[in-house]
Write a protein that binds this ligand. Structure first.
Ligand code: GLA
Length: 392
């Protein structure tokens, strides 16, 4: 689909969502806002170590139709989830909202902490990206709602501030100790580009990703073995990284070298050494891949993607049998490289594939999953897209 086609289909979805909003609330929405999901090209589990990431926003998104209210209540509906919520804003707080409504409620709560007193709103949301697939549906939901609430109140928060508020909602109200990558790319993505982000300084560089012109496609293989990050694996890895940084005497693993890590093997122990080695190596791979993007060497990205996956599988131990099978299948069918993307523990694989081999990669993945007794994967071709915006 060309860019015009994407915009048109978003417009069609926005119109249908506005109709759904009227049916549920009896009111006309003041607007419809959108925020994209993402894939991370490289730089996994580096963001909460003050490191580098290289994500891109994709042409799958969460839409939020909204209208303000003056009675201090936030009412939430979803076209995908049966549960609805009608919450008093004054009662929203850490651990006090269950289910998917914790994301929009958390955003209203954290915006209030930024000085934006939300007066109330009706929200109806619609997603065309799967939840729990490692494509950042949570950040997309948070960012669509953050932009909607900020616009409804005429607030002057810049995009990094909105991303920070969205992340705080997830950290404190939902209880998932994520880094800032997903919210930053949902807010700041640029069509046709991947964004190199220094998560310590928040300095960023948009790097052209002219894959189509180079005859390549970005293929996502959603294993449909979905994770629930709040279940602890993610928090455990984060704590292990913080412990390793303390043992090394550095503020964060961003500041450690591979030599330092290897020399401290005894103090770090196992798995501390392997966790630290992943983060330090992954940061270096991000910078190497960024350098290749700067010169348009798209055909040379494969080995870095493969090395990232091996490190996440063997050293960081956040892959899964389904993710490994998808990487192997994609590579065997001719992908230049493939790796798990997102937090892991299930979710999706990203593969860089010559345009003529996309169907072969999909077929090979489906066959490998069937042979292993896994549920059939979902295969999508994604393209680098713009960040959050108001659609109407
Ligand atoms: C999740 C988190 C991000 C990041 C990735 C792993 O997507 O939300 O902050 O830590 O996992 O790279």
């Amino acid at each position: 689909m060309d860019t015009a086609g994407v915009v048109e289909s978003m417009g069609g979805r926005a119109g249908r969502l506005a109709d759904a909003f009227r049916a549920r609330t009896g009111r006309t929405p003041a607007g419809v806002w959108a925020a994209p999901g993402r894939v991370n090209l490289i730089g996994e589990h580096t963001d909460y170590n003050d490191g580098f990431v290289l994500p891109l926003a994709i042409d799958r998104s969460v839409l939020a139709a909204a209208a303000g209210r003056a009675d201090g209540r936030l009412a939430c509906w979803s076209l995908q989830e049966p549960a609805t919520a009608d919450l008093a804003l004054a009662e929203i707080g850490p651990g006090r909202v269950d289910g998917w409504a914790a994301y929009p409620a958390g955003v209203a709560w954290s915006l209030a902490r930024e000085g934006l007193a939300v007066a109330g709103a009706d929200l109806v949301v619609d997603a065309d990206l799967p939840a729990g697939a490692g494509l950042s549906s949570s950040a997309a939901l948070e960012c669509a709602v953050a932009l909607a609430l900020a616009d409804l109140h005429g607030a002057e928060l810049d995009r990094p501030a909105l991303a920070a508020a969205a992340r705080r909602a997830e950290n404190e109200v939902v209880g998932m100790p994520c880094g800032v990558m997903d919210q930053m790319i949902a807010m700041l993505g640029l069509a046709g580009h991947a964004m190199l982000l220094d998560t310590r300084s928040l300095e960023r560089e948009q790097l052209p990703l002219a894959l189509e012109a180079a005859g390549l496609r970005l293929v996502v293989i959603d294993t449909r073995a979905h994770h629930r990050l709040v279940d602890g694996g993610y928090a455990d890895r984060r704590a292990a990284c913080e412990a390793a940084a303390r043992a090394l005497g550095v503020p964060a693993l961003r500041d450690a070298t591979l030599e330092q890590v290897e020399a401290a093997a005894g103090a770090l122990g196992d798995p501390g050494l392997r966790r630290a080695r992943h983060v330090v190596g992954e940061n270096a791979r991000v910078l190497e891949l960024a350098a290749l993007l700067r010169v348009g060497a798209f055909d040379r990205l494969g080995p870095l993607l493969a090395a990232s996956h091996a490190s996440l599988r063997d050293d960081f131990e956040v892959s899964s049998p389904e993710l490994d099978a998808a990487v192997e299948a994609a590579t065997a069918a001719g992908a230049l490289g493939a790796r798990m993307t997102g937090a892991g523990f299930g979710g999706s694989v990203l593969a860089l594939v010559p345009a003529g081999l996309v169907e072969a990669v999909a077929e090979r993945a489906r066959a490998a999953f069937a042979a292993a007794g896994f549920a059939a994967p979902e295969v999508l071709v994604v393209r680098a897209s713009d960040g959050a915006c108001r659609l109407r």
